[in-house]
Design a protein around this ligand. Structure first.
Ligand code: ATP
Ligand code: MG
Ligand code: MG
Ligand code: MG
Length: 468
């Protein structure tokens, strides 16, 4: 089953169960200072969960564009982690609760997707007997395929706001994907039991002081990774082989003239470039611009990381805007805004990549000298001042410097770096000037003035979806 079809079937399934299906919100949070980027389907719906705003309907379903930067280190290394992915979700605002959420999720998996029931596992929060009983007594999942997990895995919270215990649905992909522990179970970090879907029973609210209070209305918030469902449905080893990602991977292979699956190191780079391209396209499409702060920095970091791995693969020219066109071609049917902003997205990528290209070789050369120096002196750490120079003069996000150092078993004095950074910010504030020749939000916007207007209009449209 194609990924686009899984997405459609999911939304149709919940529409039939009286959910209002709304298009994805922007990855830029609206009126939520606790978040940099939207990392879950429920995040843009927070005010409906807390009761602060009246939802357009008591039940909703979305396919939400999500950006999860904390997972960046996993990208390319695990089969299942991306910084950009689509989260399919069904939500109840004080309407249905645990029982329906569990029964419907299972029905979708086994009757719509027709997954083999014997491979389906469930987990619950260790204290949640109610959910455990629904799984075992009503769904009929045997005890052997149920696990109870602790707070880290099965208690959901994201910034402040609604939170609660959860129950996850896993798919056993078979021993060939397992680890050395042949008896491992869901919750193990290996790729055998693929976590597909998380059902969150939001019954608490977390406030800024860290207090949990019981919500008057109990909610359901679920999230299923679309790409992971596609892995299962298409029976492929990882998200990189599903139908909406593989063409991008193939494209990067062709550009670099490297075959996928021959060498671990280049495979990681191929996957990083492939994944980050999608992420960059979606972020810029929603109006994030490369900068040295906030989500702009997240974007810059991801884009430059991809650019560097492209170089590691031996790609000589700028390549990312061409790849971005491919990403847009694949995603445009589901997210038409990407197609509408194609020229803008590719232009921003091109500018940022060119800017980085001008300094990257020089920066890498300098970092190599630093590394040799450190090794000669039997040290293991780069000074914050040197890391800052790479950042300030050569446009190396700190994490990029760290990553290159890590490959050599070295680290960086981050405190010292932070000190240099805040000193510079203080000076810049005093001088009230722009920070060098980096592409900042303001300079980019100057170059694309007409588009800025378009974005304002788009942001204003947020939340005004009509009930079908
Ligand atoms: P994992 O344990 O695999 O890191 P998670 O428990 O952090 O996943 P949730 O926060 O429960 O994930 O998110 C809900 C669903 O979104 C997951 O069940 C999964 O299908 C999907 N998902 C989460 N993180 C990612 C990611 N980085 N890339 C792709 N899909 C993801
Ligand atoms: Mg995770
Ligand atoms: Mg998990
Ligand atoms: Mg989870």
């Amino acid at each position: 089953m194609k990924t686009h079809e899984i997405r459609r079937k999911f939304l149709e399934f919940f529409e039939q169960k009286n959910h209002y299906v709304r298009k994805s919100y922007s990855v830029i949070p609206q009126n939520d200072p606790s978040l940099l980027l939207i990392g879950a389907g429920m995040a843009p719906l927070k005010p409906y969960f807390t009761g602060e705003k009246k939802p357009p309907a008591p039940r909703m379903a979305t396919s939400q564009k999500c950006i999860r930067t904390p997972d960046i280190e996993e990208v390319g290394k695990t089969a299942r982690h991306a910084t950009f992915f689509e989260m399919l979700g069904n939500f109840s605002f004080g309407d249905y609760f645990k029982r329906d959420a569990i029964l419907w999720a299972y029905e979708f998996c086994t009757e719509v997707l027709e997954l083999e029931p014997k491979r389906v596992w469930g987990s619950v929060y260790f204290e949640d007997d109610e959910a455990y009983d629904i799984w075992t007594k009503e769904v009929g999942l045997p005890h052997e395929r149920m696990v109870r997990l602790g707070k880290e895995d099965n208690f959901w919270e994201i910034g402040t706001g609604p939170c609660g215990p959860c129950s996850e649905i896993y798919y056993d992909r078979g021993e060939e994907y397992g680890c050395e522990d042949h008896d491992c179970k869901p919750g193990c970090e290996c790729d055998r039991y693929l976590e597909m879907w998380n059902l969150v029973f939001t019954q608490f609210n977390l406030d800024e002081k860290g207090n949990y209070t019981t919500l008057e209305q109990k909610n359901i918030d679920t999230g299923a990774g679309l790409e992971r469902l596609a892995v299962v449905m298409q029976d492929v080893p990882s998200i990189y082989e599903i139908d909406i990602i593989k063409p991008i991977l193939d494209h990067i292979c062709k550009l670099s003239r490297i075959e996928y699956g021959n060498d671990d190191e280049s495979d990681v780079s191929l996957r990083i470039v492939t994944e980050h391209l999608r992420s960059v396209v979606v972020m810029i499409g929603d109006g994030v611009l490369p900068s040295n702060e906030g989500r702009g920095y997240v974007l810059r970091r991801i884009l430059r990381r991809a650019s560097r791995h492209g170089k590691l693969l031996g790609i000589k020219d700028t390549f990312m805007s061409e790849g971005a066109n491919l990403v847009i071609d694949i995603l445009k049917d589901a997210y038409s805004e990407l197609d509408e902003r194609r020229d803008y997205i590719t232009k921003i990528i091109e500018l940022e990549e060119e800017r980085f290209n001008k300094t990257i070789d020089q920066g890498i050369g300098i970092l190599q000298d630093y590394i040799e120096n450190i090794k000669e002196n039997n040290q293991n750490m780069l000074s914050g001042a040197d890391a800052f120079k790479l950042y300030d003069t050569y446009g190396f996000p700190l994490e990029l410097t760290k990553e290159i150092l890590q490959e050599e078993g070295l680290s960086v004095d981050e405190k010292d770096f932070e000190r240099a950074l805040s000193e510079q910010r203080e000076q810049a504030r005093k001088a009230q000037k722009d920070s060098g020749d980096m592409l900042t939000e303001s300079t980019a916007m100057k170059e694309f003035k007409d588009i800025e207007v378009e974005f304002v209009g788009y942001d204003n449209l947020e939340g005004k979806g009509e009930i079908k």
